[in-house]
Every structure is written in C-alpha cells, then in structure tokens.
Ligand binder design. Structure first.
Ligand code: OAD
Length: 244
C-alpha cells in the first residue's frame, strides 16, 4: 500500500465527522457511462444543452424522455460495485464509533441506496423517480409506450426527477451538504471531475474549515493540487483499501 494511501486510511479511521462526495466515476465500474470521460463520457458525445435542460425538453420532449428512459434502464440493470459498498461500510463504521457520516452524491443512478448507504443527499435528484413537468406531481407508473407519458393528475408531460442545467437543486439538499462539508474533519471526493457547481465547491468549503480532503479519482482535477491526499486510480480498488 502506498504511503499516502496508508496515511489517508489512518485519517479516515480517526474521523470525527466524515463527508463523502461522489460523482459519476464511482459508478463507472458498474457499467454506467460518466459525463466527461473522453471516450465513453455522455457529454463527450452529446451536448448537455441538447438533452439536459428544460428548454431541450420543451423543444423535443420525445428525444429527452427517451434518452433518460435508456439511462434509467441502464441504472436499473446496474449493480453497486466495491466502491459503493466501501462507502456503506465506512458509514457503518462511523456509526459504530459515534462519528458523523454523510454521503453527498451528484449521481442520479440510485446505486448508493442500493449498496446500503443510508444518509445519502442526492444533489441532482434520482433518475428512478419521475414527476410531471408543470406541477412536479410524482408518478409511480406511466404508459410505457408514450414518449413522453402524461401526468395522471394534471395531464402535463412527465419528466425524470433529476436536476437539469439551469434548474435549482432540491431544496435543502445543498444546504445540508454545505453545512456538513463546513463542519466535517475529513471529506472524501470520489469520481468527480469537479467541474459542476455548486457540488464542486464542497471540498473547498471543507478545506476552508480546516478539514483533511482526500481525492480518489482516475485523473487529475482542479481539486487535485489542493487536496491533502490525491489518490489516483479506480474507486473500486482504492475505497475498499481506505475502508479496511
Ligand atoms: P464527470 O464525467 O465529469 O467526471 C467523472 C470523473 O470520474 C472523471 O474525473 C474521471 O476521471 C473519474 N473516473 C472515471 N472512472 C473512474 C473510476 N473507476 N474510479 C474513480 N474515478 C473515475 O462526472 P461528474 O463529475 O459526476 O450533472 O459530473 C458532475 C455533473 O455533471 C453530473 O452530476 C451531471 C453532469 O452534468 C447534471 O446533469 C446536473
């Protein structure tokens, strides 16, 4: 084990309050494409403004609904990987020693819940949930052949319950995440390029407050030079070592 990994593991073991921030990279080993990885990233092939904005949905609801339906099917077929499981184990270990733990995710695939994580803040919503575009009425079922289906309550188009570019984050989610990041003593940033605000500010809020920040990522990011420990490699390999 590298020296920095061993030191980072000791820091995690002694954390009084741990925040884990995750991005698409933690689900890559579950077969879910990331957004900006050069070859496989979704945004590497599509332009977000063409698919992930209210304007795109108004312009072409069938294409946007179908694209999210395909991503929802991918998420439903995916299984948590060792990285997700390691974070669930860390949460259990923190609870056993009365240490705080919060998992803040930018991901919408639901794999943290599926791996047993409990205190999960979904900053960008959850692709498995569907609501209507005009009123936000939740939909538990819908016509599988319609693209997009209609709300049974108000008749407006149904959409995925995820945050689109230009939209507000779920009320309370960002406050809870910012509050925890500013008060934790260790923040783990895992599998995120750190390019999308406000999530990208969370590790810096933790640094400002004097916390140790450990980055686990396949490549360098804007956070890397500022992180206390920058552990380069797959989350599915590194996180279990940190959680040992
Ligand atoms: P990105 O695709 O921007 O970044 C994924 C990061 O994970 C990259 O830095 C990869 O190098 C890294 N990575 C890939 N595979 C990995 C692995 N196996 N282990 C560790 N790291 C790995 O995804 P996000 O940072 O999550 O928002 O993107 C943030 C937001 O931008 C998303 O939530 C989404 C997107 O637009 C909205 O749609 C609102």
């Amino acid at each position: 084990m590298s020296d920095s990994l061993a030191k980072a593991r000791e820091v995690v073991r002694g954390a009084r309050s741990l925040v884990a921030l995750t991005g698409a990279g933690i689900s890559a080993e579950s077969g879910i494409p990331t957004f900006r990885d050069a070859m496989t990233g979704l945004w590497a092939r599509f332009r977000p403004e063409d698919l992930a904005t209210p304007e795109a949905f108004r312009r072409d609801p069938a294409t946007v609904w179908s694209w999210y339906a395909a991503r929802r099917a991918l998420a439903a077929a995916a299984s948590p990987n060792a990285g997700h499981r390691a974070l669930a184990e860390l949460e259990t270990a923190c609870a056993a020693r009365a240490a705080g733990f919060m998992l803040v995710t930018q991901n919408v695939d639901g794999l943290h819940h599926a791996s047993g994580s409990r205190n999960v803040v979904e900053l960008h919503g959850n692709i498995r949930r569907v609501k209507c575009f005009e009123q936000g009425h939740p939909a538990a079922s819908w016509d599988p052949d319609a693209a997009p289906p209609r709300c049974a309550v108000c008749g407006s188009m149904l959409r995925p319950d995820v945050v689109w570019f230009g939209e507000m984050l779920p009320a309370g989610a960002l406050d809870a995440a910012m509050h925890a990041a500013a008060r934790c003593d260790v923040l783990l940033s895992v599998g995120t390029s750190g390019l999308v605000e406000p999530a990208a500010s969370l590790p810096f809020a933790a640094l400002e407050a004097g916390a140790v920040v450990i980055e686990v990522n396949a490549e360098a990011t804007p956070l890397t030079p500022h992180a206390t420990f920058a552990l380069r490699g797959p989350a599915g390999t590194i996180l279990p070592r940190l959680a040992e």
